[in-house]
Design a protein. Structure first.
Length: 255
């Protein structure tokens, strides 16, 4: 029997997207925060943007190759801002603040329509609920869940920057299972990408995996081969999850 539903965050419980406007906004805010701390970039905003994005790409290439996540105090001086001669001690002291700033400014985030209703329906049926998220900030996921008013539904929140593994690495799923004290076979995982969420949860032995599309799905799954693991179902409205679970897991359905 399926007893537990674990969710991805960005692209799943929340809608997330970025564009040229959000990129310009994060660069302006980042430059202001650095200058306020006495760290002067010493270049034009165009050059600042170029250098930062080169560092971001370098970190993404590394982390997505090895499926590991570093702490913010390593990411910012060693990757994102590596092309600036900033005082490392100062940068490390403000790294988490910068990490959270990046997550909430480079990306536009909002709770997915129907997510709260869906979580309440799962709770009413007795499901245990949690989150497994790739995020380069230590606290962003926790803070955003609070802002959305859904933190109380979550029995556990497992974040890559805290545990050191990124989806699809089995380590992040195994840690979540141990923290929830549940077997993989009892769990459903819901995410928006095949490359991270479906492949990762399938290889971790989850009973079922569900995909819901997002802005990130196509770009993150561009390199997924035709022989990759596939979801048990694809949904388009997150509320569809409840009806599907009622059908395949009648033991938990409301009478």
């Amino acid at each position: 029997m399926l007893t537990t539903v674990l969710f991805d965050m960005g692209g799943t419980l929340e809608d997330i997207w970025n564009n040229d406007t959000t990129r310009a906004q994060v660069m302006a805010r980042l430059a202001r925060e650095l200058r306020a701390a006495g760290l002067e970039p010493g270049c034009s905003m165009e050059e600042f943007d170029r250098r930062v994005m080169e560092g971001v790409r370098a970190y993404k290439q590394w982390s997505e190759r090895v499926h590991l996540e570093k702490k913010p105090e390593e990411i910012w001086p060693d990757y994102y801002l590596r092309d600036f001669d900033f005082d490392r001690q100062v940068l490390e002291s403000m790294a988490e603040k910068l990490a959270n700033l990046w997550e909430v400014t480079f990306y536009h985030r909002e709770l997915r329509a129907g997510a709260g209703e869906m979580l309440q329906a799962l709770k009413d049926r007795g499901y245990r609920i949690g989150v497994i998220s790739n995020n380069a900030s230590l606290y962003n996921v926790f803070d955003v869940l609070e802002q959305y008013g859904i933190r109380g539904y979550m029995e556990d929140v497992t974040v890559s920057s805290v545990v050191g593994y990124r989806k699809p690495h089995p380590g992040i799923f195994q840690i979540a299972l141990r923290q929830m004290q549940v077997t993989a076979a009892e769990c459903v995982y819901v995410g928006d990408t095949v490359s991270r969420d479906i492949i990762g949860s399938k290889r971790a032995g989850f009973g079922k995996s569900v995909q819901i599309g997002s802005f990130l799905s196509a770009q993150k799954d561009a390199q997924v081969g035709a022989d990759a693991e596939r979801p048990d179902i694809i949904i388009h409205d997150i509320r569809e999850l409840v009806d599907w679970l009622d059908e395949i897991n009648p033991e938990m359905a409301l009478s």
